[in-house]
Design a binder for this molecule. Sequence first.
Ligand SMILES: [Zn+2]
Ligand SMILES: [Zn+2]
Length: 433
Amino acid sequence: MVNLLIKVLGGGGEVGRMAVFVKDATMDKGFLFDYGVNFDENDRPVMPGHVRPRDLAAVFLSHSHLDHCGALPSLYVSSPPPVYATPLTLELADIMFKDAIKLSGYYLPYEDEEIKAVLDHAIPVTYGEDIDVANDVRAYFVNAGHVPGSMITILEINGARVLFTGDFNLAQTNLLRGADLGSIPRDVDVVIMEGTYVMNTHPPREEVERDFIKVIRETIEGGGSVLIPVFTIGRAQEILITLYKNGVDYPIIIDGLARLANQVVARYPHYLANPELYMKAVENSLEIAADYQRRSLTKEPVIIISPAGMLKGGAAVYYLKRLGKDRKNAVILPSYQAPDTPGFELLTRGRTFVDKSEVVLEAKLYWFDFSSHSGRAELEAFIRHFNPDTKILLVHTEAIKALQFLDRLRDKYGIDNIHVPTSDESIIVNAHR
Ligand SMILES: [Zn+2]
Ligand SMILES: [Zn+2]
């Protein structure tokens, strides 16, 4: 029998700030799954709970979103542990670390030197790979289907199996194959899984896509331009490939960090569902290389894809100010908008403050559900994949919704093996092996 000690350092009853420490209670060192940061309304970082780098035998990084990787460099000051991730995640994380420093560098407990140290201690791994991490510790990696390079980790510590999903999507998108459930064993002792959308059912992607393309065509044919604020990683590429796949042949402009992310992803085509389609979509887009190009834009109708996804800074803010005043134009939000972000204010009040000046939106505003997370049906299917005696910890979720979800699973399937931990909870699990 193995006694596993699991400490939730972040992401307990909250979305993001993901960080979980796991160890065999009898061993000196343990393992860390993700070390993410959230940002408050003043762009100040909210760090996960503390862990001593010298207590870590290794770190596993699920993907490159800051709510999973953004606190990681703070551990690379002394006795740095190896970090396992796909090579694509490592390159994209480098971009995101530097962006985090730009956004709130003064408050972040790391600088360029620590970012470099993370990459110096990185060990690239890929889907299907089975590696020895330490004595009697092995790890196996599976596609998570969330963003390019995202992985699910299955860690075997002295025979006890722990699975960590990071963010995952079982459904296929234009950009990525769905998470590879078929490669995941059913007999796992502990599953630590995300539940962002435990109480949401995503509409069928074909419907979302059809309505999205319709809005774009109508706007451009009416003489207007379209601004699509996106997350740099994942959504920027999904939107680009969706436009190309649907034969949208108006000029497509890429700006901000999405330019860099698109190029990095293009160097790892085997991580994508349809590499050829993606490469053509990138070639078909125009990247803004200098300010004068940006200024000369929008005389003719164009489609602009640019971060930030919630309009918190980035080139998208510049375009919002320019395009937002004309009712011929459209602003399309294809992502979740957190409360108190400019994107959320536009959706709820039709106006917001950016760069200390008020934008009153005259352009039409739309929101579409291009989610890259599993919805409720996929989360249920995932849970039911495992043996009934598997201990399931539901993290990266709102506690109230998670408890409703647990009630539903109990009523519907008699499932009663799920726990929703808080963000400083320690759990002991006896793995019978
Ligand atoms: Zn996340
Ligand atoms: Zn994510």
